[in-house]
Design a binder for this molecule. Structure first.
Ligand SMILES: *Cc1c(COP(=O)(O)O)cnc(C)c1O
Length: 392
């Protein structure tokens, strides 16, 4: 049996007529940049995430850069995030000229550890370094919200802004002290990516910035078009950060199905949980399931499973074995960002973030896309079991 990591063709087949028609309308109109489709999408996604303002941009990476620009973050400033995320989170901080400060992750959720965050902020203040901390970027990794209550409390205490990197978490929810909130609705700004492999994927690049702050929304809108509120009159230096109409047209169709897809991903996750538990590999300490802490504490966070990530022993050999069985898997992420060559100038070294470093050598993402069949999942788990039985 062959199991791809993601099957976008299956999704296209189901929506072909609807999307093709919508794209043809854009082609007929010959209006490709911003325009009515983008405005409509912004309205819908603002409502979907429970935020007041949405601004479509060129990618999730640019959404992060523009958010930091809108906050006025640059040279002489520092931003805290985790070294266990996609490159773009950290790249954005460096690109605007600010310094990166890392904190470690929580070992159960792989998200920012609020205690480690508080620790590095205190340490930084004590050091009286030349760059001033201005913001925190929590990443809602794999589709599950970071622990926003204590993170927001730290932000408030030290007067820092919060930019939620929700590239992997559109529709994820968090039970905050003031009620259930959606990803992007808790920070000063939130960012989404419509990269094709995200839960809501375009047919190319795209992203969005969400905020409840009118002034921020206005700044983002201006920065998106080279900093000109009135064409050819520039008060700020922005860039070309626009979302195009064809991408918005695709996304408008797909958005209607997003809740169903996320639910199917969640159902697939539940089935994996059960099948893997039945192998006995959890009790023998070989496999760890995702986000066990929240299951046991009874606090429900709506995880949208952009990725279903387990921890395993002997990962490289398991991955090779699964590949030989026709099963595609992935590792997000194999090298922590504080250990990347391009960030050597930050001065971090191996051993600085033990939980992150441990995760980079143990995590393995299994296929979790909505169209995945029960048979395929049973085959995957049976193959995993076979691997560890051979190794006994
Ligand atoms: C995908 C992703 C991004 C970047 O999004 P692009 O649209 O590919 O630029 C940023 N952060 C995280 C956590 C991501 O997963």
């Amino acid at each position: 049996m062959n199991v791809p990591f993601l099957d976008l063709k299956a999704q296209y087949k189901a929506l072909k007529q609807e999307i093709d028609k919508k794209i043809l309308e854009v082609i007929e109109s010959q209006k490709f940049i911003l325009g009515s489709e983008v405005m409509e999408l912004e309205k819908r996604i603002a409502s979907y995430t429970g935020t007041k303002y949405a601004i479509g941009v060129s990618s999730g990476s640019d959404a992060l850069i523009v958010s930091l620009m809108a906050l006025g973050i640059g040279k002489g400033h520092a931003v805290v995030t985790t070294p266990f995320t996609f490159f773009a989170t950290v790249g954005a901080i460096v690109r605007v000229g600010a310094r990166v400060i890392f904190c470690d992750i929580d070992k159960k959720t792989y998200n920012m550890d609020p205690e480690s965050l508080e620790g590095v902020i205190k340490n930084e203040i004590k050091k009286k370094s030349s760059s001033k901390i201005k913001a925190i970027i929590p990443v809602h990794l794999y589709g599950q919200c970071a622990d926003m209550a204590p993170i927001s409390a730290s932000a408030q205490k030290y007067e820092l802004s919060v930019v939620e990197d929700a590239a992997q978490a559109i529709g994820a929810e968090y039970p905050s002290p003031t009620g259930v909130k959606s990803a992007c609705g808790m920070g000063d700004l939130g960012t989404l990516s419509f990269f094709p492999s995200k839960n809501l994927g375009a047919w190319g690049d795209g992203g969005m910035i969400l905020t409840n702050n009118e002034k921020m929304a206005e700044r983002v809108r201006i920065l998106r078009v080279h900093g000109a509120q009135n064409k050819y009159f520039h008060d700020m230096i922005g860039g070309n950060f626009r979302l195009d109409a064809i991408q918005a047209a695709v996304l408008l169709v797909k958005l209607k199905y997003l809740d169903d897809w996320s639910q199917e991903r969640r159902n697939n996750a539940l089935l994996y949980d059960r099948l893997i538990a039945e192998t006995g590999l959890i009790t023998s300490g070989i496999i760890e399931l995702p986000d066990a802490v929240y299951r046991s504490s009874g606090v429900s966070r709506y995880h949208i499973y952009n990725q279903y990530v387990i921890r395993v022993k002997n990962r490289e050999d398991l991955q090779k074995f699964l590949t030989s069985k026709g099963i595609a898997t992935a590792v997000y992420y194999p090298l922590a960002l504080h250990l990347q060559n391009c960030f050597a100038h930050l001065g971090y070294k191996e051993g600085d973030f033990p939980e992150t470093e441990k995760a980079t050598s143990e995590v393995l993402a299994l296929p979790i896309y909505p169209e995945l069949s029960n048979d395929q999942q049973e085959y995957i788990v049976a193959s995993i079991k076979e691997f560890y039985e051979i190794g006994k």
